[in-house]
Ligand binder design. Structure first.
Ligand SMILES: Cc1cc2nc3c(=O)[nH]c(=O)nc-3n(C[C@H](O)[C@H](O)[C@H](O)COP(=O)(O)O)c2cc1C
Length: 466
């Protein structure tokens, strides 16, 4: 380890005792992994999927926020976390059901507002134009704060939170309606009350003990009886003997304790993860040089249609001093020779393939639909093209790392890509329909491997070559 490495660990706060909240889901090492049980993260996820109200018990700093962040991170398909700060930000809502529900509505409103006005408008336009003609089971937005929520649902939520309310009943109805909108789309909204142990440290909030008593006397019953909502409440162990908490137990379905970090090995795993995250953030692991962009006026100008030009591009890019991946074109009969030129010039890996040249015709206006005359075709239709490119280059260059890309949208597609000879797989177009597509491809690949007794993806790389 160099001094520079130590500076990176220092500057990135790798060993910060209170990591930033958005880093928690990546730095978290599951307690289930460390303890070899399914009593923490797995139990929490399962309980929330059953719409339960869970108390997550642990001292301050034990990892409650980490467990929650890792359990409800954006790649979890069906659980939508709604973080409801109560302890310091809004203690006034703790003992008042109507104020609490109004706060919930405001939280959802804030999440929806994270939509930029123009993208919200564009989303509505897309919905309006496509809804009558195309029935999409799932369309996903990448709205910050509402990752994984469909554009249509975000629009419905926006309308629901804007609905004026006057009476207590109307506010309660609005809260229920918002939660129902998520459920109608097959999602489980999870109210996350993660800051309650801050009442212990807010000495400047004189009546914090009373506030927390009012909270446990009010909110668990509200969550259970009025809202019937899944929730996770982070609870300090010292609260367990509080009268109000004990009285609330009947409204809280399950208690999960954050385990102690079990061993020196587990501590090493946590430090290892933090170091890895810090070094990942340090900069580039590799550069992928696109030598094959199809959107050029002059197709002969595509570098990857010529061995000489590809070689020049690779040589010029080597100055970057990091591993170099070169993205090549399927639109040339000389792909294998051009790949050889890239390798000879110093490419560390081949990325196969870019889009297939294509065009669309606007038949009403009798002209090319795309500004540049033509463009690139991507998505499932080009998987066979990509497979063949990977297969032929693997046969010609048995030891060169190959990244397969083109039409991959399922785990089985990834399996085929690996069998053709790819060492790794990229997912492009499928992410437009679902930003979680890479995760789905990965989990589909893992499922396939488990069904077929394959222990590691490396076992099937090149398997189709016999
Ligand atoms: C809208 C769009 C933009 C793209 N832009 C780039 C680009 O800037 N650089 C690049 O190397 N490939 C680009 N590609 C190609 C993709 O990275 C990928 O090679 C190709 O789409 C095939 O994979 P897919 O079927 O998974 O999308 C683009 C593809 C699409 C559809």
């Amino acid at each position: 380890m160099t001094r520079r490495d130590l500076e990176i660990l220092h500057d990135t706060g790798a060993f910060n005792p209170s990591p930033r909240h958005r880093e928690l889901s990546v730095t978290h090492v599951p307690f289930d992994t460390m303890t070899g049980t399914r009593g923490c993260e797995h139990a929490l996820t399962a309980a929330l999927r059953r719409q339960e109200r869970v108390t997550l018990v642990g001292p301050s700093g034990a990892g409650k926020s980490s467990v929650i962040a890792a359990t409800l991170h954006p790649l979890v398909e069906d659980l939508v976390p709604l973080p409801i700060p109560v302890a310091v930000e809004r203690p006034a809502v703790a003992g008042d059901p109507v104020a609490f529900v109004r706060h919930l509505v405001q939280v959802v409103s804030r999440l929806v507002q994270l939509w930029q006005p123009e993208s919200g408008g564009r989303a509505r336009r897309i919905e309006n134009e496509t809804a009558p003609k195309i029935k999409r089971a799932k369309g996903f937005s990448v709205t910050p704060g509402l990752v994984g929520v469909s554009v249509r649902l975000a629009y419905e939520l926006e309308a629901a939170v804007d609905e004026p309310t006057h009476t207590s009943d109307e506010i309660m109805d609005q809260g229920r309606q918002i939660l129902d909108l998520f459920r109608a789309r097959g999602l489980t909204p999870v109210l996350v009350l993660d800051d309650t142990d801050r009442w212990l440290s807010t000495t400047w909030l004189p009546e914090s003990r009373q506030t927390r008593g009012a909270f446990f006397a009010t909110v668990p019953r509200l969550l259970s009886e009025e809202l019937d909502a899944a929730a996770v409440i982070a609870v300090h162990p010292s609260y367990l003997d509080d009268h109000a908490f004990r009285a609330a137990r009947g409204f809280l379905s399950r208690m999960i304790s954050v385990p102690a970090v079990p061993s020196a090995g587990a501590i090493a795993a946590i430090l290892h993860r933090r170091i890895a995250v810090a070094f990942d953030a340090r900069g580039l692991a590799a550069i992928e040089v696109n030598a094959s962009c199809p959107n050029l006026d002059d197709r002969s100008a595509i570098f990857a249609h010529s061995s000489g030009a590809t070689s020049d591009v690779v040589s010029a890019s080597r100055v970057a001093g990091v591993p170099l991946w070169v993205k090549l074109s399927p639109n040339t009969p000389d792909l294998v020779a051009i790949a050889g030129a890239a390798i000879d010039a110093g490419a560390d890996a081949l990325v196969l393939v870019n889009t297939v040249l294509g065009m669309a015709i606007d038949i009403e206006r009798r002209r090319a639909a795309l500004g540049n005359g033509g463009g690139g075709v991507s998505g499932p239709g080009i998987l066979p093209v990509a497979l063949r490119a990977v297969y032929e280059c693997r046969a010609a260059y048995p030891t060169t790392p190959i990244v397969g890309v083109g039409g991959v949208s399922t785990g089985e597609d990834a399996v085929a890509m690996l069998m053709a000879g790819a060492n790794a797989v990229e997912v492009g177009t499928a992410t437009f329909a679902n930003p979680r597509a890479p995760w789905l491809v990965q989990s589909g690949l893992v499922e396939w491997m488990e069904r077929h007794g394959v222990a590691s993806p490396g076992e099937i790389v090149g398997a189709a070559h016999g």
